[in-house]
Design a protein around this ligand. Sequence first.
Ligand SMILES: [Zn+2]
Length: 175
Amino acid sequence: MNTALDLLERVRAEGCEITARGDRIHLRADKPLPDILLDALKAHKPEVLGVLATGASHKPAPELDGWTTADWKEFFAERAGIFQFDGGMGRREAEQAAFRLCVLRWLRVHPVEGDTDSCAWCHGSEDSEGGVDLLGLNPLPVWAHPGCSQLLMATRLNEAADALAAMGVDEMDQG
Ligand SMILES: [Zn+2]
């Protein structure tokens, strides 16, 4: 259980955009957040800023990599069609496979930025635990502690799924 991640998820579920501005948490929302969330953000500010600082939770504009929402949808629909009609998969299975490709592509075009001296998640230096590189999913040479890498990847996969869903690309898509 990671409090900061849970919190970010709940804040975003309220339709609020949360970013780090230096050492401050910046919120943008149409309606105020419930007090209980605001209090929790205050109480866990260092952890929340830590998560935001990884860049892992930054949701870039869909156009950032040159692909529009329409491009992503087309990529998804095309791959799902290929898996279904050429691969003989069921529709649902084909969409899940196409969605995984979209996630992999999203991870590649939204890399975790970091330096080779510190863990991409906690920014700590290499310790007796050693470090693992990010499974080839990241085009930049970053690494994380073994424990941190799990948190980082879980966050990244959620980020990818959220970003794709925001563009109308998800594995339950019936289009
Ligand atoms: Zn770490």
